[in-house]
Design a protein around this ligand. Structure first.
Ligand SMILES: C[S@@+](CC[C@H](N)C(=O)[O-])C[C@H]1O[C@@H](n2cnc3c(N)ncnc32)[C@H](O)[C@@H]1O
Length: 213
């Protein structure tokens, strides 16, 4: 099954649109069921020295994961990047950077870059640019959709509980997701400088941890 990137509805809805707000709530539920945020926080805990140089979450959505990271690392600077405006009530410790990520200056060197259900938005050329954007990081932690038949099937089981935006975006996301080795290769993070651990989880996540050697 080849990778197909199709625009997602949520990216084109106003943040105040009720359908977008409902879809962000659906995403939170999906993250809970997939164990995504718990996994990212646990892995970040393996790299306290890098966390001390700052943690950047790209495509931060409603900021829930960034807030969790800020709570887990009380001394670290946590920055969240998204097209959407700063969510109401987000912990003041999270610095919110609104706009197209690739138009922003890269994060300060030596820290951690985290992405949850974000990289799959991009075609190969943009992923290459994203890889260059984050190349000064010491650690990268990504949880993305696993591209395959089983994730589509598991996603379809959720239809009764999610709105039309989430239904569309979920299957588009899985088709734009990744198979083994694809994320690091598309980002262009060179194996001579980076070591990777990669797993796919039955709940549909493709999990990549990379650190500079
Ligand atoms: C599928 S949502 C995931 C959000 C969040 N990580 C979560 O798990 O709930 C993808 C997010 O990426 C953001 N996004 C898409 N393209 C972007 C870009 N070029 N620059 C910054 N953020 C972007 C969208 O606004 C959206 O919030």
């Amino acid at each position: 099954m080849n990778r197909v990137v199709v625009p997602e509805l949520l990216d084109h809805l106003a943040p105040t649109d009720p359908a977008a707000q409902r879809s962000r709530r659906d995403l939170r539920r999906i993250n809970f069921l997939m164990g995504n945020e718990t996994w990212v926080c646990r892995v970040a805990g393996r790299f306290p020295a890098a966390a001390a140089h700052g943690i950047s979450e790209i495509g931060a959505g409603d900021g829930h994961l960034s807030a969790k990271l800020a709570a887990r690392f009380p001394l670290a600077e946590v920055a969240a990047y998204d097209l959407a405006p700063r969510p109401h009530g987000l912990d003041d410790r999270v610095k919110w950077i609104q706009g197209d990520l690739l138009a922003q200056p890269p994060p300060s060197p030596g820290g951690i870059v985290v992405a949850n259900l974000f990289l799959h938005h991009f075609e190969a050329a943009a992923l290459g640019a994203l890889g260059r954007w984050m190349e000064a990081a010491r650690v990268v932690i990504f949880n993305e959709p696993d591209r395959g038949v089983l994730p589509h099937f598991l996603g379809a089981l959720m239809w009764p509980w999610i709105n039309r935006v989430t239904r569309h975006d979920m299957h588009v996301s899985i088709s734009a997701g990744f198979v083994s080795g694809e994320i690091s290769a598309l980002l262009g993070l060179e194996p001579q400088h980076w070591q990777f651990e990669e797993t796919s989880r039955w709940r549909g996540g493709r999990c990549v941890i990379g650190w500079r050697t």
